[in-house]
Design a protein around this ligand. Structure first.
Ligand code: URA
Length: 216
């Protein structure tokens, strides 16, 4: 795992062999919709494992079949998973399978194809965001317009402890996100070369939402 930061919160590239192998399978243009979706879920699980690595633990007294002992459990309130619709939902099942009690906030943003700006059409979250760690989910950190807008909206509703999780990031997206939200660390499976003129990550994997849902 590689972590870099320079003033802003860290960007962690999860370079685990399983993640890299699955990501390469996803990039392949011939991967089926079913295969793409399954792989996104699986990588979601692996990223969830890394992004929750430093969650605080507290002692809890339990009884094994042999004796009483002090175990450890995650302290505090449950996490919030906040997928940006629609591609962010691709991470949700995998992450919920590891964190079944997490709350879910849905953030409906789409990218205007002409301006590339994020337009909100839906927002629904738990009311106690201020007391929870919020994992904002979107597979592609491209222009970062959606990511920046989603985090702004979550902060305006009280969220203070946020982490951004993606599959692929463009250097331009990371720079813009860190400029807007220097307090929010980022986890990604890879940082690609660049954005093209249409706001796609190169070499990337194409449109994540279309590939997940077969809407190409
Ligand atoms: N969104 C996508 O789905 N793919 C990209 O390459 C950029 C943004």
């Amino acid at each position: 795992m590689m972590t870099a930061s320079g003033g802003a919160a860290a960007v962690t590239v999860v370079d685990h062999p399983l993640v890299q192998h699955k990501l390469t399978m996803m990039r392949d243009r011939d991967r089926s919709t079913k295969g793409f979706r399954e792989l996104l879920n699986e990588i979601g699980m692996l990223l969830a494992y890394e992004v929750t690595r430093d969650l605080p633990l507290e002692a809890i007294s339990i009884e094994t079949p042999l004796q009483r002992m002090e175990g450890r459990q995650i302290a505090g309130k449950k996490l919030v998973l906040a997928p940006i619709l629609r591609a962010g939902v691709g991470f949700l099942d995998g992450m919920l399978s590891l964190m079944p009690s997490a709350r879910v906030a849905h953030i409906g943003l789409y990218r205007d194809p002409d301006t590339l700006q994020a337009v909100e059409y839906y927002f629904k979250s738990p009311s106690d965001l201020a007391d929870r760690t919020v994992l904002v989910l979107d597979p592609m950190l491209a222009t970062a317009n959606s990511a920046v807008a989603a985090v702004e909206r979550l902060k305006s509703r009280g969220a203070k402890d946020l982490r951004f999780v993606c599959l692929l990031a463009a250097p331009e997206g990371i720079a813009r996100f860190q400029q807007a939200h220097p307090d929010v660390p980022v986890w990604t499976a890879a940082i690609d070369e660049r954005l093209n003129d249409h706001g796609y990550i190169v070499p990337g994997l194409g449109d994540a939402g279309d590939r997940m849902y077969g809407t190409r």
